[in-house]
Design a protein around this ligand. Structure first.
Ligand SMILES: N[C@@H](CCC(=O)N[C@@H](CS)C(=O)NCC(=O)O)C(=O)O
Length: 213
C-alpha cells in the first residue's frame, strides 16, 4: 500500500493515522501537487493529496480513502456501524474538512508554508484574521466533545481529522487556547498518546527534516 503526499497536510496525515490505527503497512510516495508525476496525476485526477494505491486499486480524497480502508480492513472500525454514530462521525469529519481546515488555511500558508517551506513572505493580516475564524468551529467542537472520551463515544475518523488539523496548525506556531478549549486540549493529549499517532509523528519528523523545516 502506498500513500501519496506529505504528512504535513492534515488530509494526508488523516489517511496515514487511519492506516496505522488498523495496523496496515504502507510506504510513503512523496507527491507534490504542483509537480505531479504521471502516476500521481492518474490516481488523483485533480492533483490533490492524499491519494492511495492498494494493490491494483487506487483512490484519492482523504474521506474516500478512509471509507475504503474501513470497509476493506474493518478492525478497529473508524466509521462506527451504529447508524447515528456513523452519521455523526462523518459529520465531524466534514466539519473539519470543509469548515475548520479552510478557516485555518491562511494561518498555515502565511506563517509556515510561505516563510518556512516556499521561502516567500507571508500575509500576516490574513493569518491574524484566520485566527479569529477558527474559533467558531473550535467552539462548536469543544461543545460536542465528551469530557473523557472522543467526539462520538468511540475513536473515529472525526477524531483523527481534528487532531490532524491541530497538528498542522502547530507548525505555524498556533496553539490551542486551553482556557477557551480545555476539552479539546485534554482530548488532543489523549489522541497524541495513541501508538498509531506516535508512529505517524515519527515518520512526519523525518519528512519535515528532509524539507529543511
Ligand atoms: N477533500 C480533499 C482535500 C485535499 C486537499 O485539498 N489537499 C491539499 C493539500 S492540504 C492539496 O492537495 N492542495 C493542492 C491543490 O489544491 O492544488 C481530501 O480530503 O483529501
Amino acid at each position: 500500500m502506498k500513500i501519496y503526499g506529505f504528512p504535513l497536510s492534515p488530509f494526508v496525515r488523516k489517511v496515514a493515522v487511519a492506516a496505522s490505527e488498523k495496523g496496515l503497512d504502507y510506504e510513503w510516495e512523496p507527491s507534490n501537487p504542483s509537480q505531479p508525476t504521471e502516476e500521481f496525476a492518474r490516481i488523483s485526477p485533480f492533483k490533490k493529496i492524499p491519494a492511495l494505491s492498494d494493490g491494483d486499486f487506487c483512490l484519492a480524497d482523504s474521506t474516500a480513502i478512509v471509507t475504503y480502508l474501513d470497509a476493506q480492513y474493518p478492525e478497529p472500525p473508524l466509521l462506527p456501524a451504529e447508524p447515528r454514530s456513523r452519521g455523526r462521525s462523518v459529520w465531524f469529519d466534514e466539519v473539519i474538512d470543509t469548515v475548520l481546515i479552510p478557516a485555518a488555511a491562511p494561518i498555515v500558508l502565511n506563517r509556515f508554508l510561505r516563510p518556512k517551506i516556499f521561502g516567500t513572505e507571508g500575509d500576516e493580516t490574513a493569518a491574524a484574521a484566520a485566527e479569529e475564524a477558527v474559533l467558531r468551529p473550535l467552539d462548536y467542537l469543544e461543545g460536542e466533545l465528551r469530557e473523557d472520551g472522543w467526539l462520538d463515544g468511540t475513536f473515529s475518523v472525526g477524531d483523527i481529522g481534528l487532531a490532524s488539523s491541530i497538528k498542522t496548525l502547530s507548525y505555524a506556531g498556533w496553539t490551542l487556547d486551553t482556557a477557551r478549549h480545555p476539552k479539546i486540549a485534554a482530548w488532543f493529549e489523549r489522541t497524541a498518546a495513541r501508538p498509531a499517532w506516535r508512529k505517524v509523528a515519527e515518520e512526519e519528523a523525518t519528512v519535515l527534516a528532509s524539507l529543511g523545516g
